[in-house]
Design a protein around this ligand. Structure first.
Ligand code: PLP
Length: 449
């Protein structure tokens, strides 16, 4: 099947072959000048977006269940966010983190109030998720005086050398980049659907492994600065850990004086139906990273830490030029207001609704091995059959393309999982329309393969 041969049955959305003529011309130019390292799954060429819908340059309309990789939390071009950016840009575009300005202070205050920490929090402002992770690692080393770390197989924390040392969701992310930062030991992420340990409770098994095997063999606990974990694993497959696991990890950290860093870059800012995903388990991290959904698409993240930790950082110990950019801070403040007031509750309610609809689909399509998630962070894992649980990789790849041709943007994660991460303001009507497209696409691919 070549791309241009595909004509959608959803003609009210898709009015040209895909990619259309204008998109094809832009793709040809892109191929000459843009790095081929970006993993593009299908040729969507954006023209504009409103809410949870996007239009391509040929006038085709798509429902956006990818949200720019879990970023456009308030939807595309939310008027309040756009207005906040316009107001800020009328005043100044940049002053640098060497100076002070009120929007940055306000965002620090807001993060302190929202952070799932018993004591007040302080924030360092970054430009991306990976930079937030780098900052968290440096803070952990600086305040603990220890140098080792523990990370998780399947984890994704970014692509710069420090965060890349932890990233372990796909072989290609590491291939040809060694040596990365030394001192990082990976352990399995507990996964009840694909258990690695012969134990009833995979969470407890991982905790036992860290404490009774790792700490007793080649990782002295008193050298470990921090454990870095995604409260819900993102790129690795949208895996929700068993209930006791994160509280158990917190206790383990406390027993050995190890800092707990939760990477909320993907799961944070309302996406899971709570402001931060750790709140589902009542766990308090020492350091937390954010980015992605924080400012609805403007590039900003934070390293947010207990005040008693971050206030130990001496001036010059860490810094950057663009941190706390006023336009980004304005967008983050508007986003957090909207998420707090309305969209977090919508993510929880609509997430439950979608999870139910997807579980219903799983009853009818045996290729669906498991549906899991919290709020609007839902993963659907496809298998060749439910007994062997062999990942249905080809099916997922075809399904994502088919959904695109029918007007639905989706992205994969893990080995054979589709992740559903629409903007948090998604309406029930669009959710239903998306599910209709999705089911039609499953049928079409099942018939074809
Ligand atoms: N941490 C997590 C949990 C992520 O999902 C990602 C990106 O997908 C990152 C860190 C890196 O973020 P960025 O791509 O903004 O550097």
């Amino acid at each position: 099947m070549t791309l241009a041969q595909t004509t959608s049955k959803f003609t009210e959305r898709i009015i040209t072959d895909l990619p259309g003529p204008k998109a094809q011309a832009l793709l040809a130019r892109d191929a000459q000048v843009v790095s081929p390292s970006y993993p593009r799954d299908y040729p969507f060429v954006m023209d504009y977006g409103r809410g949870a819908e996007v239009w391509d340059v040929d006038g085709n309309r798509f429902i956006d269940f990818a949200a720019g990789i879990a970023v456009t939390s308030t939807g595309h071009a939310h008027p309040q966010v756009v207005q906040a950016i316009k107001d800020a840009s009328d005043k100044f575009l940049h002053i640098s983190s060497d100076y002070y300005h009120e929007l940055q202070i306000k965002l620090g205050e807001k993060m302190s109030r929202l952070a799932p920490m018993a004591e007040p929090a302080m924030s360092f402002f970054t430009n991306s998720g990976t930079e937030s992770v780098e900052g968290a690692l440096k803070l952990a080393r600086y305040v603990s005086g220890r140098s080792r770390f523990i990370g998780f197989l399947g984890g994704f924390h970014g692509r710069t050398m420090g965060s890349l040392s932890f990233t372990a969701s796909k072989f290609t992310q590491q291939d040809r980049f060694f040596p990365t930062m030394p001192g990082v030991t990976h352990v399995p992420y507990p996964n009840n659907y694909r258990p690695l340990f012969a134990a009833q409770d995979q969470g407890q098994a991982v905790l036992n492994y860290i404490e009774n095997i790792l700490f007793q063999s080649n990782v002295p606990a008193n050298e470990v600065a921090a454990i870095l974990i995604e409260p819900i694993q993102g790129e690795g497959g949208y895996i929700v850990p068993p209930d006791g696991f994160l509280p158990g990890l917190r206790e383990l950290c406390d027993r050995y004086g190890i800092l707990l860093i939760t990477d909320e870059v993907q799961s944070g800012v309302g996406r899971s139906g709570k402001m931060f995903a750790v709140e589902h388990w009542g766990v308090q991290p020492d350091i937390m990273t954010t980015a992605k959904g924080l400012a609805s698409g403007m590039p900003i993240g934070t390293v947010t830490a207990r005040k008693s930790l971050m206030e130990k950082w001496a001036p010059g110990a860490h810094g950057n030029t663009y941190g706390g950019n006023p336009l980004c801070c304005a967008a983050a403040l508007a986003t957090l207001d909207l998420v707090e007031q309305e969209y977090m509750a919508n993510a929880a309610a609509l997430g439950d609704y979608l999870l139910g609809r997807m579980q219903d689909l799983a009853q009818r399509y045996p290729l669906i091995g498991q549906v899991r998630g919290k709020g609007l962070m839902i993963g659907m894992e496809f298998v060749e059959d439910r007994e062997s649980k062999k990942p249905a990789k080809k099916f997922v790849s075809e399904l994502i393309h088919e959904a695109f041709y029918n007007g639905l943007l989706l992205l994969p994660c893990g080995v054979s999982t589709i992740r559903f991460m629409p903007p948090l303001m998604l309406s029930r009507e669009l959710a239903d329309e998306a599910m209709e497209i999705f089911e039609q696409s499953i049928k079409a691919v099942s018939d074809r393969l």
